[in-house]
Design a protein around this ligand. Structure first.
Ligand code: NDP
Length: 251
């Protein structure tokens, strides 16, 4: 899967939503999906960053994306439902949903963890993906081949001391991914749901979590894209309810 070579038209005519599309892995995924033919719905909280991604996609001659400013920290249930209505009006369906946006919160022992930061991290990283999934399910069901990807983390599969709410929120996402992979696996088998751990990747989040680390030792988001493409495209139709790693496991 890490060596997957995507056909240039893999995502032609597909409508794909990416959260946290303004920077880091989400930005690269959005551009990569567009370069393979998708119309990408760019979701994020900083409009200027989304506009920069929009401009890059448009000037490369890829399908014109859509921008959706949405702050996952404070968005009300109604905003998710309105977003679903807007997508239905404009595109009629959704073929892919990459839940990518997340925040790190504090690195501290549970005993000292700030409860407000805990709630914020749990909301952005786990409750918001639930709210977004809930609103998008009817649109995903309208696709003949839809893929939902939850972005997990190594600490969401095996907890590590001091990762606090970030780790717990990723465990929650793994649970949500498993629930949905069963609930949406009906006779049509048209919606598959998997979790994806990108592994250590050269982004701002990684630099914040590991300030003393040499960023060059980690792959760039671009290097992960074979797996992101594979899971979003038709070649992964049979993969459902799995925990995937974008990088080979380190020994
Ligand atoms: P970045 O911090 O670089 O990007 C995170 C993105 O999420 C940004 O676009 C950010 O928007 C967006 N975001 C954060 N809070 C909100 C919010 N309240 N509402 C809307 N959007 C929001 O992180 P990465 O690219 O490194 O991480 C991407 C995913 O990969 C995350 O789920 C992360 O947990 C996971 N991951 C990353 C690893 C790594 O080594 N990088 C390792 C394992 C997992 P803005 O730019 O406006 O702040």
């Amino acid at each position: 899967m890490q060596d997957y070579q995507a056909p240039a038209d893999l995502l032609k005519d597909r409508i794909i939503m990416v959260t946290g599309a303004g920077s880091g892995i989400g930005r690269t995924a959005a551009k990569t999906y567009a370069a393979h033919g998708a119309t990408v719905i760019l979701v994020g909280r900083t409009v200027a960053k989304l506009e920069a991604v929009y401009d890059e996609i448009e000037s490369a001659g890829h399908p014109k994306p859509a921008i959706v400013p949405l702050n996952l920290e404070g968005a009300a249930v109604k905003e998710y439902e309105e977003l679903a209505m807007t997508i239905e009006d404009n595109f009629d369906r959704l073929d892919g949903l990459l839940h990518n946006a997340a925040i790190l919160g504090n690195r501290s022992p549970v005993e000292l963890y700030d409860p407000e930061i805990w709630s914020k991290v749990m909301h952005v990283n786990a409750t918001a993906p639930f709210l977004l999934s809930r609103a998008m399910i009817p649109l995903l069901r309208k696709s003949d081949d839809a893929s939902v990807i939850f972005t997990s983390s190594g600490v969401g599969r095996k907890a590590k001391a001091y990762w606090g709410a970030y780790a717990v929120s990723k465990f929650a996402l793994e649970g949500l991914s498993q629930l949905l992979s069963e609930e949406l696996d009906d006779d049509r088998h048209n919606v598959r749901v998997n979790s994806l751990n990108p592994g250590a990747t050269r982004t701002n989040m990684r630099a914040t979590a590991y300030p003393a680390e040499n960023p060059q030792k980690n792959p760039t988001p671009e290097e992960l894209m074979p797996v992101y493409l594979y899971l979003m495209g038709r070649d992964s139709q049979a993969i459902n309810g799995q925990q995937i790693d974008a990088q080979p496991k380190q020994k």
